[in-house]
Design a protein around this ligand. Sequence first.
Ligand SMILES: NC(=O)c1ccc[n+]([C@@H]2O[C@H](COP(=O)([O-])OP(=O)(O)OC[C@H]3O[C@@H](n4cnc5c(N)ncnc54)[C@H](OP(=O)(O)O)[C@@H]3O)[C@@H](O)[C@H]2O)c1
Length: 299
Amino acid sequence: MANQRTVAVLGPGGTGGLLAALLSRSGHRVLCLAREDTADVLRRTGITVRSAQFGEFTAPVEADTQLREEVDACLITVKHTALDAALTRIPPATLGDALVVPLLNGVEHPAALRARYRADRVAPAVIRVESTRVAPGVIEHGSPFTEIDLAGDAVPRDRLDALAALLDAAGPTARTTGDETATLWAKMAFLAPFALLTTRYGLPLGEVRTRHRDELEALVAETAAVSRACGAPADPARALARYDAFPPGAKSSMQRDAEAGRPLELDAIGGALLRAAERHGVPAPVAERLVRELRDAGH
Ligand SMILES: NC(=O)c1ccc[n+]([C@@H]2O[C@H](COP(=O)([O-])OP(=O)(O)OC[C@H]3O[C@@H](n4cnc5c(N)ncnc54)[C@H](OP(=O)(O)O)[C@@H]3O)[C@@H](O)[C@H]2O)c1
């Protein structure tokens, strides 16, 4: 394939495994960076995807525990709780000119990546999808959509557009957005209230939005105020309308992590929200209490 690219994927789980398999299926060379056991499985079996949107298929991938060669782009798809340990698999010198594309939720990781890699090659993205790694190399993709917004204020626009086009051609709806802060906070402003409330009360969204309506509205308003203070537009009424349109049984991934006894991305979402609130002098009493209660509960 003339325009074949080489893409590394650090952490081939729910999101990374899905994107790795789609990129491989569309003809690109995909190099998964994973723990030894997972890398062994991926080399032998490839990645199998069961998807409402893309059908069921298995795609071959290469796999290693370290990046040992130059690539065109490296997608970072571990959870925040594993980020520091996982990044040791990508030596900055090997990465060279590659785009570094974190798809993590949260707003603070781009700065950490810019401190480690070329600042003008870090292109943060947000992904809207529901995808789960049910076993190493086996991905269940439940949402009928996969949408990626790619940003990166310091990254040359043609590099962003080329990567968005490559991802889009592989299946997801991908586009370049103009403003990194707005892109990251748009996701954060929706996610933080959903994640904190569903996890704190152990209830699906349908019950949160009825039984804890006042708290939901207050938290959405707080998050919007913090988002605006950070320089991103926010529309609390639209956020509430989106929660109301969701199926009542919807659960956040933080809540699913809590139910499974896995570490939560609480600091990357709730903690980052509180740090931004404090930095800008925006009161966030509901967020503060929920984060404290979740921490007190051992998370
Ligand atoms: N899943 C979704 O639907 C979704 C949607 C939107 C945003 N996000 C965000 O995307 C990010 C990733 O979430 P996810 O659900 O894709 O996570 P995930 O399914 O848990 O996948 C993370 C992957 O990272 C790997 N990993 C962990 N520690 C590692 C290390 N030290 N070295 C190499 N690999 C390591 C895990 O490997 P093993 O397989 O070996 O355990 C796993 O495959 C999170 O910030 C999440 O909030 C997820």
